[in-house]
Design a protein around this ligand. Structure first.
Ligand code: ADP
Length: 494
């Protein structure tokens, strides 16, 4: 019985002797093999090179092509092909030559069916090993490819994470890290996988990792801010924790670093803002409390009229407080983006006229004249409330920071896709240094002339935010004692 490891083996018999061909075929087919026949060398090569048979039987002496040449051609194309040479008694030397070329074995004619079966069995067993070796080699190749692929994939994932990551083993040796880690810490020595990181990392990060490792199987984690040594000192949040295996035994430690410099800055600005707000609120409230206390204590006697002045002052301060709170609310709504915009087509000429009329009474108190110039049909697509807030802030300032008998002029012109709105006054103006920080929250120029003028210092910062939210710009030109011009450029909007 033939080796059963190789199912459906395919055999090619190349022999010019019909008797041998047919006889062999009969023996092998009986054993379940598939047998093809070739009556000469040429046919043998035609079939034999078309695909790799599991076993070739090749007659040495054939009239057309010599068996040795057939063997050579087959071996050339299929180096692992299993070929058995059939030779007549007396031509053993040729058979030996054939073995040298790579034939698996030879058999001399005439042969007994049992001999053929023994040889075929050996040959097919050999073939099975050849195929198995080939399969294992391919598998190994595949595995290697897979491992390489997994490694690259892990590396790309790690490198695309925007946090710095480092993984160490129990001996504080580097197991893994990503690009961001190196970037964040700006390390001056390169990190090497498998090498100790002691002395390479910022001190507090190294201490975190050491303590985690020293803790052994105990869970110790850290969340701590660390400062980098780099010139643009960054603030980094380092979260470190131990790595355990499934039996809760310590394997190493992992640290995730995040750059929180910007977050810290925002936090700082917020704190400053809250401080400023508290400061701005404190003065008017303290004043009002003071006046009310005077009245309650009847400091000036029982005659209520004596308190009139203080009541009026309280009222004024309360009014200023209300304005400040309104401005603050506007600012915070703008920041939170909760203001709902209703974009409409605004006829600027109409709007300017309306605004100028609105401020007429206030202007008249100082005998200030408001003039305006705006071409017809300048249509701006924007939220009307917001544009009104911008113009009224500028107009109100131009009147507030003006002199008796002063003038205010609004000038609108269309510039291609934009509209330019200029609000000029010939009021108190500002010095160059007073202009610095003009658009910041709570900024107010403090001098003799402005001391008595109420305001929150929020108007211009609101104006700037609105203008910029429409991709517009605002600029200012001012001369101390002569006047000021604010220029706004806004896209008309499609
Ligand atoms: P507020 O008027 O409430 O103080 P603003 O943000 O509107 O706040 O203005 C900031 C500061 O800029 C004012 O306090 C004032 O000193 C100065 N300022 C604004 N507009 C003018 C102007 N047209 N002329 C002179 N100074 C001005």
């Amino acid at each position: 019985m033939l080796n059963s490891m190789l199912h459906n083996a395919q055999v090619l018999i190349i022999d010019d002797e019909k008797g041998i061909r047919e006889g062999l075929k009969r023996i092998l087919t009986k054993e379940g093999l598939t047998v093809d026949l070739a009556p000469n060398g040429e046919e043998g090569l035609k079939f034999g090179l078309l695909k790799e048979y599991d076993c070739y039987f090749i007659d040495l002496k054939m009239p057309d092509i010599d068996g040795i040449d057939v063997l050579k051609s087959i071996k050339k194309k299929f180096p692992e092909a299993v070929c058995i040479i059939m030779t007549a008694f007396g031509s053993i030397s040729s058979a030996v030559e054939a073995i040298k070329i790579g034939a698996y074995s030879y058999i001399t004619k005439p042969f007994l069916p049992e001999d053929i079966l023994v040889l075929a069995n050996q040959a097919l067993e050999h073939r099975w090993y050849v195929l198995e070796a080939r399969r294992l080699k391919e598998k190994q190749h595949e595995n290697l490819l897979e491992i390489a692929y997994e490694r690259t994939r892990l590396k790309s994932i790690l490198n695309s994470i925007n946090d710095g990551i480092i993984i160490l083993n129990k001996d504080l040796e580097l197991v893994l890290y990503n690009r961001k880690f190196v970037q964040l810490l700006n390390l001056n020595k390169p990190l090497m996988i498998g090498e100790s990181v002691v002395g390479l990392l910022p001190e507090n990060l190294e201490n975190q990792l050491k303590q985690i490792i020293l803790g052994g199987d105990e869970y110790i984690a850290f969340s701590e801010e660390i400062q980098t040594d780099s010139r643009d000192a960054r603030i980094i949040m380092a979260n470190s924790s131990p790595i355990f295996d499934e039996k809760n035994r310590l394997l190493g430690a992992v640290s995730v670093l995040r750059d929180i410099t910007e977050m810290k800055k925002v936090e700082q600005v917020k704190n400053q803002f809250v401080n400023m707000v508290a400061h701005e609120l404190k003065a008017p409230v303290a004043a009002i409390v003071g006046y009310l206390d005077m009245i309650i204590q009847r400091t000036l006697g029982e005659d209520l009229e004596a308190y009139d002045k203080f009541l009026k002052r309280s009222y004024k301060r309360a009014e200023a407080l209300k304005n400040l709170i309104n401005d603050l609310l506007n600012l915070s709504r703008m920041d939170a983006g909760t203001i709902k915009r209703e974009i409409v087509e605004i006829d600027l000429k109409g709007l300017i006229l309306e605004m100028a009329e609105f401020f007429e009474i206030e202007a008249r108190e100082k005998n200030i004249t408001i003039s305006h110039q705006c071409p017809d049909k300048v249509i701006l697509r924007a939220d009307e409330e917001e544009i009104k807030r911008v113009i009224s802030n500028l107009l109100s300032n131009a009147i507030k920071y003006n002199k008796e008998n002063g003038t205010v002029h609004i000038h609108v012109s269309k510039e291609k896709e934009n509209v330019e709105i200029k609000v000029s006054d010939n009021g108190i103006g500002m010095t160059e240094s007073e202009l610095e920080g003009l658009f910041q929250e709570f900024y107010r120029v403090k001098n003799k002339m402005t001391r008595e003028i109420p305001g929150t210092g929020l108007g211009l910062s609101i104006v700037k935010r609105i203008v910029e939210s429409y991709n517009g710009t605002i600029s200012v030109a001012s001369e101390f004692g002569k006047g000021t011009t604010f220029t706004i450029l806004l896209p008309l909007g499609k």
